[in-house]
Design a protein around this ligand. Structure first.
Ligand code: CA
Length: 237
């Protein structure tokens, strides 16, 4: 299981990252400052570190510098404040793999995490998923029906990804809002319904029934069984 260390001193953001990365199937540990972060990484080596630059005592630059000085090449995704281009350049020159500027969307963070892991752990490339007439290549954000690509927006793809990777499980609108929208967006539950309706149109129907099932007043689920098949060989860089 891929292990991610989140180093962030803002408790609400830390919790949000913990929830969302955990939901993606990663094992996640958090630390609120540089020293406990290095201790956690020494105790259990992370496959990727999400590292906030501004920390109370030992800041992100120092953590990154200590890691690289110790010849530790663990992939690092930096979180930087808005407009601090100097910080980003410094972080990259110190050996960070990528950076995100706050405030960022959770979707963006997950996409960056996946991209870094794909580069650094190509053998872990997830398999393709098949369900009914559909075939999904999650890392490439591709969905096909009977071989024909579906034109989905990133949000629609994210909703679909949540449903198919947890087939059979009902997701409430609130859950979908938390998983597929950024925390400061605060859309209403109705927004979820609108996006699901658009997604259903694009997926088409099966004998007059939508592929995404409405579960009473509870929410939505994907009931068609999902199978995996080996993915294509990793793209060499
Ligand atoms: Ca901070």
């Amino acid at each position: 299981m891929i292990h991610i260390l989140v180093v962030e001193d803002e408790p609400s953001l830390c919790q949000l990252l913990l929830n969302n990365l955990g939901y993606e199937g990663y094992s996640v540990e958090t630390a609120g400052d540089g020293v406990p972060a290095l201790a956690a990484h020494a105790a259990r080596r992370a496959d990727l570190i999400v590292l906030d630059l501004m920390l109370p005592q030992l800041d992100g630059f120092e953590v990154l510098r200590l890691l690289r000085e110790g010849k530790d090449d663990v992939p690092v995704l930096l979180l930087t404040a808005r407009g601090e281009e100097v910080d980003r350049l410094k972080g990259l020159s110190l050996g960070a793999d990528d950076y995100l500027v706050k405030p960022f969307s959770v979707l963006e963070l997950i996409a960056r995490v996946k991209a870094i892991l794909r580069r650094t752990r190509p053998v872990d490339r997830p398999p393709l998923l098949r369900s009914g007439p559909f075939r999904f290549d999650l890392p490439r954000l591709e969905a096909r029906r009977d071989g024909k690509p579906l034109e989905l927006t990133p949000r629609e793809f994210r909703l679909l990804e949540i449903l198919i990777t947890h087939a059979g499980r009902t997701h409430s609108r609130k859950e979908l809002l938390q998983l597929a929208w950024e925390p400061d967006a605060r859309p209403s539950a109705r927004t979820v319904d609108v996006h699901i309706a658009n997604l259903r149109k694009k997926l088409g129907e099966e004998q007059g029934k939508p592929w995404i099932t409405t579960v009473g007043g509870e929410g939505y689920r994907w009931i068609t069984p999902v199978e995996t098949e080996p993915g294509p060989p990793p793209v060499s860089s």
